[in-house]
Design a protein around this ligand. Structure first.
Ligand code: URA
Length: 243
């Protein structure tokens, strides 16, 4: 690699929050308030996206930091493992959830329990597959008893999810539930007031919908989520069957 290419690569890694590099090349990670202002414009993803190789390396470094994180002593003591995120390195769409539950804590993969199975159905109803989207959570550790994340826990994990989005630079982010939406958009607004409109998060177009766990308790809200998914798919230029 030329020194110019090396300098550019280091600059782009630094942009992603990677300020030190491991001695050896890391394996890729496991494919491993005010109401915010809605946006009406089209995609504005920054042009300075990382190359796929650099994304894999940058994510692997963040994943290592997450795995050894002790910022929330209660969560670190109770976890089986951290749950970083899963999906392609250049996703058009990220689903952003709240925190791992018991199944995710055991598997190390987000959204694999009952709520995860429902999310998979939603993704497939959109004519996509899980492999085509990136899935991550606000918190990387399971809160005890699956309680809601505390504000200081969200604050502790914020640098991790912000850096994940900085590396992935998805065109679209779908926030699942109020915890994810409020954390990403830095708002206290309710899900009801955040639905059905577009927001911008550092160049990604953001839409918010109910969390699959809420749908398990309130199946009638599935109709609302499907309306939100139709909005999202229309923006992505993906035809979905009418239901
Ligand atoms: N709920 C979430 O928000 N995330 C998961 O990974 C599983 C359940």
């Amino acid at each position: 690699m030329s020194s110019r290419a090396l300098r550019q690569r280091l600059e782009s890694l630094a942009m992603a929050g990677v300020t030190s590099l491991p001695k050896r090349r890391l394996r890729r990670p496991q494919e491993t308030a005010a109401v915010p202002t809605p946006t009406s414009s089209g995609p504005t993803v920054a042009a300075s996206a990382l190359a796929a190789d650099d994304r894999g390396e940058a994510l692997a470094i963040i994943q290592q930091e997450v795995a050894s994180c002790q910022r929330c002593p209660e969560l670190a003591a109770g976890r089986t493992q951290t749950v970083f995120g899963v999906g392609p390195l250049q996703p058009r769409l990220c689903f952003f959830g709240e925190a791992p539950g018991a199944d995710e804590d055991a598997a190390g993969v987000p959204f694999v329990g009952r709520a995860g199975q429902l999310l998979t159905k939603i993704i497939e109803a959109c004519t996509l597959s899980r492999d085509e989207v990136y899935i991550l959570n606000v918190l990387k550790c399971r809160p005890p008893g699956n309680r809601r994340p505390e504000p200081d826990e969200v604050a502790n994990c914020r640098p991790f999810f912000e850096r994940q989005f900085e590396v992935l630079k998805p065109e679209f982010i779908c926030c699942l539930g109020a915890t994810a939406a409020q954390a990403l958009l830095d708002t206290k607004a309710s899900m009801a007031s955040l639905r059905k409109q577009w927001f911008d998060y550092r160049g990604s177009r953001v839409i918010c919908t109910y969390h699959p766990s809420y749908l398990l308790r309130n199946p009638a809200a599935k109709r609302d989520v499907w309306e939100d998914m139709k909005l999202l798919m229309a923006a992505m230029g993906i035809d979905v069957p009418s239901r």
